[in-house]
Design a protein around this ligand. Structure first.
Ligand code: CTP
Length: 399
């Protein structure tokens, strides 16, 4: 899968740099062409000679060498992907700030290919707010972060912060290169986030959906080559993949309008938004004053977007809905699958810990039209997005 891929590996000063030797070895074994750039600090942990021998390419460290200049722009253009592994706290901070005081950073700033990082640091550094901010910052640049692992750290303490193992990094890379083709030229609608139903100019009825799950799904689809149209309710969660077309909406009625239009030309839709079931019957132009002790709002039902798309679905289109339940979960989920003419329903149970609104993790069960049921463990929302997209692809290509 990595045969012939050009991989630029950046190695920074961290005890985990020893793993870069194993990583290069496995990449080369998989048929990739590997060039390595190191920071000077990395040389204290692993020698350029070892990495040059294993990669079969000269290892670059400095912007200038004797009488020549290392062309960071061309290195950034040569690569299909740049991986920085291990990524130290120091280099992370410099990347977040756009500093450019070595060859690795100059290449990072000029790279036009995807950039993936595998951080490595001690748990306290990993948990420091400034590290978290810096990671968020580079994520907002579109860089992909391979999660750290837990275990024994260089300090002798146990905790989070270990760099991912070379096998995990290679799997991550394969996902980027291999999965890209599966949804090439497919147009997919995703709805995500909450809706806000206005009561008056300052107040609304909303819900606690963050949009994280739907955004993770949109990003996973985009990674696999789909043209994604994301209809997104109000949220502050960023959408990092610039290829995703984001339609920002506020109310259920706006989400309905955008979704119906997009679905008419889409191959599939994944409806993960927490759409309000009711909206205020009278949206007042003036702010409501607190005069009465009791205040009633008249609510009317919103249009069910998933149900509408289910009615409009053409042969070959795949429709995926969500169900959030706290009792008779399976029965209700299967009921929705049928009532809304969906091909697949993703069930979140409110009874599962660490699942649902606001969390970074989710635990799902998938029900499909042919009666099959798939149960998954609790995972990060990114991993859950992969599972959902995997099933959706199976349905798309089974048709
Ligand atoms: N949905 C939608 N439009 C609506 C309401 C919901 O598209 N107006 C979609 C959601 O995006 C989700 C699924 O329908 O995919 C959820 O089904 P729904 O019946 O709305 O769930 P609940 O609101 O939880 O239903 P219930 O009344 O059974 O609690």
């Amino acid at each position: 899968m990595l045969q012939g891929k050009k991989i630029l590996l950046g190695v920074t000063g961290s005890i985990a740099a020893y793993k870069s030797i194993l990583l290069v070895r496995q990449l080369v074994k998989a048929g990739a062409e590997v060039k390595v750039i190191m920071t000077s600090a990395a040389k204290d942990f692993v020698t350029p000679l070892s990495l040059a021998t294993i990669s079969k390419n000269e290892v670059l460290v400095d912007l200038f060498e004797e009488d020549s200049w290392n062309n960071h722009v061309m290195l950034g253009r040569w690569a299909d992907v740049m991986i920085i592994a291990p990524l130290s706290c120091n280099t992370l901070a410099k990347m977040a700030q756009g500093l450019c005081d070595n060859l690795l950073l100059a290449t990072y700033l000029s790279a036009v290919c995807p950039v993936i990082v595998a951080p490595a640091m001690d748990e306290d550094m990993w948990k420091h707010p400034s590290t978290k901010n810096n990671l968020e910052k580079i994520k907002s640049f579109g860089n992909k972060i391979i999660p750290v692992e837990s275990g024994e750290l260089a300090s002798g303490l146990f905790g989070e912060g270990r760099m991912a193992e070379p096998e995990t990094i290679i799997k991550f890379l394969e996902d980027i290169f291999f999965l890209k083709k599966e949804l090439d030229s497919k147009k997919i609608l995703v709805t995500a986030g909450p809706t806000y139903e206005a009561i008056d100019p300052v107040r609304f009825i909303g819900n606690r959906s963050s949009g994280k799950m739907g955004i993770a799904i949109a990003e996973e689809l985009a990674l696999r080559g789909a043209k994604v149209e994301l209809v997104l309710g109000p949220t502050s969660i960023p959408v990092n993949n610039l290829s995703i077309k984001v339609h920002r909406v506020e109310s259920a009625a706006q989400m309905y309008e955008s979704s119906v239009q997009i679905f008419a030309h889409a191959d599939a839709a994944i409806m993960s938004a927490a759409v309000a079931d009711y909206t205020s019957a009278h949206q007042l132009k003036e702010k409501i004053k607190k005069t009465d002790n009791v205040f009633n709002i008249e609510l009317t039902k919103t249009k069910d977007i998933l149900m509408t798309l289910g009615q409009q679905k053409k042969a070959g289109q795949i429709l995926v809905g969500f169900a959030l339940e706290n009792k008779n979960e399976k029965e209700y989920a299967i009921g929705k699958l049928k009532a809304k003419n969906a091909d697949m329903i993703v069930l979140n149970s409110l009874n599962d810990e660490g699942a649902g609104f606001g969390y970074d993790t989710n635990k799902i069960t998938i029900f499909e039209k042919d009666g099959s049921e798939f149960n998954y463990e609790r995972k990060s929302k990114q991993q859950v997005a992969k599972d959902i997209v995997d099933r959706m692809i199976k349905l798309m290509y089974a048709k």
